[in-house]
Design a protein around this ligand. Sequence first.
Ligand code: SF4
Length: 302
Amino acid sequence: MPWRIGEKSKKEQYYRILSEFMLQQTQVKTVIPYFNRFVKKIPSLKSLSNSNEKTVLKLWEGLGYYSRAKNLHKTSKILIKKYNGQIPENYKQLKELPGIGDYTASILLAIIYNHPRIGLDGNVKRVLSRIFNTIPENLNSLFKTKRNGHLAEALMEFGALICKPKDPNCYECRVKNACAYFSTESKKSYSKKIKIKLKNYDIFCYLNKNNKQMALTKSNNLGFLTKLNLPKIKERYKKNKGWKFLCNYKNFISNKKLDINLYYKFSSQIPSQYNWYSLNEKNEFIPSFTKKIFKRVLHLYQ
Ligand code: SF4
């Protein structure tokens, strides 16, 4: 984002306060072009304080909520006059400035001065209440890092990109194991979905008679278990000529329940995209799904 310039300077402070005013009630992607245009014409807090209100409002045109622009303009004058062009490192003083409320004061202190504060906007409230099942009373307990400003920003971005209002991306989320929402929702959907989805598959194992080996491939294209070392898997098919039936069993994978018929064949010849693996393999690249099959076919060697 263009306002993150990563330096402790007056320019950074100006970029941050300008962007925070613009971001009140407005989305990041809408703000970016307005921000860029604004700083091109008015590159510093000093030049903002010296601009006339008409120019400022013209640059704000289209962003809406014009009181923000007027307040920012007034605030810039106070900052130049009273605070030597610096944003005060004090919550009370910040809140006395036009257009700065609780949220903006907190986020400016966090971002600019690394204070352990969080701007509690809708995104952050949602993230915290999902993870903890409630918004923690003592938010200071969250700051176990020295990068308080980064944490405050990360929480906002995390809410916008991962822990979205609808359809949060829980399966890719790094904190899912600590998240109360994920724990309840996954239990609910797991029991709901497995009742619905029962799929029948045939699995074909090429076995090497002399070496207790099975041929595996990553070329199965099932829409799940992709790019993993597996024997050949196909949706249930009645005629499996040349293969011997070994057993039938059920296997749960995420939201699917698989009904599996397991077939085998001893052969030293295998198709080109297969490789041999020992049935006693402890290899971490063998998924547990395949290891369960290993256990079943091992009986054939006794
Ligand atoms: S697991 Fe889901 S609900 Fe929980 S924090 Fe992550 S994205 Fe949000």
